[in-house]
Design a protein around this ligand. Structure first.
Ligand code: FAD
Length: 157
């Protein structure tokens, strides 16, 4: 939850910096049947979040476009929203460049290894990059590229 709160701050900062609504706070509604236990109230209390718990009837009154049985429950979070990735990715890429990052696009990392206490990365273009540290952020591809001898990485949700 602290990560989520911090990321919200950063998205709002990006909106200001770019003058674009990259993060759009539309509000979020999480609906579930009565047999599903909901923990939003408990979590919201712990992390000081503003939410509203609604019955199915209240959901229909507030959001007539949503058809939900009266017995269902929902959590409405006014601060929730969505990101426009087509804007956010170039925006962060530009900020990285402004801070001295060199971006190589459409290049695949083929493998990496440690050589004399330094990390060597080889790419599909045949280039080699050498550095003190390596940050692997390949998402769901981590199992292919983040192999470390003796360390078993399993991605899960
Ligand atoms: C259909 C779908 C809907 C989603 N909806 C939401 C949502 O509504 N809200 C939400 O919060 N999350 C959502 N997610 C999850 C969210 O997209 C991921 O959690 C997030 O993108 C992960 O970010 P990441 O930077 O770790 O990895 P990614 O965004 O996957 O980035 C990894 C990057 O590494 C690159 N890469 C991989 N291997 C190599 C290699 N060998 N060499 C070079 N580059 C490489 C990939 O091309 C990719 O660009 C959704 C995911 C999916 C699939």
């Amino acid at each position: 939850m602290p990560l989520l709160k911090r990321s919200r701050e950063l998205w709002l900062e990006l909106n200001k910096r770019t003058g674009k609504d990259i993060f759009q706070a539309t509000g979020g509604l999480y609906i579930s049947p009565p047999e599903n236990p909901r923990r939003e109230e408990e979590i919201a209390k712990i992390h000081n979040l503003t939410i509203e718990m609604l019955s199915g009837t209240q959901v229909k009154e507030r959001f007539p476009v949503i058809e939900v049985p009266d017995s269902w429950k929902a959590c409405y979070e006014a601060d929730a929203g969505f990101i426009v990735p087509e804007w956010s990715i170039p925006a962060y890429a530009n900020i990285a460049r402004e801070h001295g990052a060199e971006l190589h696009e459409n290049v695949q990392v083929v493998d990496w290894f440690v050589e004399k206490d330094r990390v060597v990365v080889r790419t599909s273009t045949g280039e080699r990059f050498v550095g003190d540290k390596l940050v692997v952020c390949v998402g769901a591809w981590a199992q292919d590229i983040a192999k470390v001898e003796g360390l078993k990485i399993t991605s899960s949700r």
